[in-house]
Write a protein that binds this ligand. Sequence first.
Ligand code: ADP
Ligand code: MG
Length: 701
Amino acid sequence: MSTFEENASIGFIILDSNWHFIYANDYGASILNRSPEELLGKMAWAEFPAAIRHASYSYFHQARKSGKEISFNEYVKPSNQWIHVSAFPVGENLHIVIRKTEMLANHFAMENDLYQKYTNYIQDLITLTSEDGILLYVSPSVKNLLGFELEDMYGASVLAFCHPEDMDGLKSIFINEKECATNDQGIVTCRFLHKKGWYVWLENNFKWLLDEQGKRTQNLGIWRDISERKIVEDRFIQAQRLGQFGSFERDLDEDSIVWSVEMFRIHGLEPALRIDLCKAIEPIVVDDREKVALAIKQAILVGMSDIEYKIIRQDGDIRHLRSQIERVVLDGGRMAVRGLVHDITIHKRIEQELTQSKAKLEIAQEIAGLGHYEWDTINNMVYVSDELNALFGCKDAVQTLPIEVLHESIHPEDNLRMKMAIKKALHEGTMDLIFRVVVRDEVRILHTLAKTTYDEWGRALCLFGTVQDITVQKQTEELLRKTEKLHVAGQLAAGIAHEIRNPLTALKGFVKLMCHANEESKLRYYNIMQEEFNRIELILGELLILAKPQAVAYMPHDPITILEEVIQLLNTEAIMNNVEIMLIANTILSSVNCERNQIKQVFVNVIKNAIEAMPSGGILTITAHNQANGVNLQFVDQGQGISEDRLPRIGEPFYTTKEKGTGLGMMVSFTIIEEHHGVIRYQSKLGVGTTVSIQLPASVQ
Ligand code: ADP
Ligand code: MG
């Protein structure tokens, strides 16, 4: 035992059956960072609880159990060293011998071995250079990575292998920063020459090795092939450029921000790697700075935020930016915010122009008394302009409402027609409808024109239309029509009187004759008289129809029958003016859905004009034929014709060239044809004649 005592580098400790220290020499105690006196009587595992997790705990138990000596190496935390421990059970007690070990040396040897393996087998390139960048060591992986032999590289400068454009980054390690000892390690990316002539993107994690005075001696570099990452990065940059997307990343611990190239471009600045925080804030317009700060705070707090703000560039250009910011956790647990920034200036401009033109449109509509609506067919909500709101008698503030609300105001008799028209509009793209609304017990007549927009799959998205209140216009038209009717009737009266007087004279004569006639003659007279009465009845009937205000009732009619009736009515007047009316209709015409008396009035007006245009007589040829979707009637006269500059004026109220004309005939006729969804057209040549063609849609059976 004394031998242990004497040898100061051997520790000796005895523990009793309950793990209490019953002996410890100086060295043994010092290894545990205690004096022998401090240890005596203490329970080992109570005194050194951390040791329970160490090898000694299980080895000591094992030795006790087996009764055999056991040896092991262990690192002792209290004295911070590796020791070799042997433990022998002696009776109840456990004797422990501790020696200093060569463990640490072993550890270095192992590390060296591992390092060798690492440098030989891993793909990364490891270099050791002098402070000037001369290569002192290059790992064998250089062959795989760059195709060079080790001998090609030893003694050369790392700069010799670097792409000229990336030289600055690399030079900054060896030349520029040589004196500044603050950055002893860092990352630099550059392209390195491959023996076959191309370049490989490498990322260099470097560390300066320092001597005792803190002076840089050698540079240890680990180079990783990042070509693939570079390609992805390049694509990302390209995508940002194409999409006008910039991005930024701000490490909250740092005063500068990483900006993407496109981010600099958006700001009109020269690209760099980073930008100072204050420089980055500077372009943001003062009013928006707080908003941006809040958005960043929000991103830190809840993970994400969205923001729109404006910047003023140095060239004075104002840009609208939209940014989505998110919180990220970097390697090492540091917090950062990252954002995608989109230049939306153009969108904003378009949006503004759109709002402006919308506003202009609204003013124009207000002036014109025109309302408009936009029916979003997908959400079934209708946007109504203020004008329309007023027309429909809705409450002022309401701007969007379900279409059903509008339907409520529509006149019950027009509801079905409206629904059909909407269905047709969604299907065919347009709507042109006159309908009535009942607002506070007052009926108003509205005219709507609308267009449907479709998406790329042909699905109806929206029906946009204008609405005009035509109540007053309609009332005036109706009034004019009545006036014109009376006028025509008055004019006709002369002809009619003549027409009636003739048969009456004849009748008078026959009545006289009958007094003296025999039975046979009487029968003949009766027949002639009957015919004359019929004629009077017919003419009076026509006159009554024209004079009577009629309820509008659209029904299918044969246009030829109506024409024949009108010709019958006007024939006397024609003959008196030496005009021959010829009706040419070779086929059976489609029937036309019309208000009979109105169409009749149109024919009367047109034929009368033709007769009046031929004061010295001529032929009025009326041809009728079927055409796509309807019938076409042409009234060709041989009158004086109409000069080209006057042609557009026909149909204007009170436009007449006649001494006793009203200038209402054609106006009324145009309106009637329009209401029948027909077309009326004038063609004329001075001195040759005029052709009036009327097209009417066929009634759908
Ligand atoms: P009015 O017959 O009372 O003048 P209208 O409206 O019927 O009124 O016609 C307007 C004008 O159009 C006529 O005054 C005439 O100058 C011209 N016009 C209409 N039809 C013809 C025609 N067939 N030939 C020549 N001029 C015509
Ligand atoms: Mg006329």
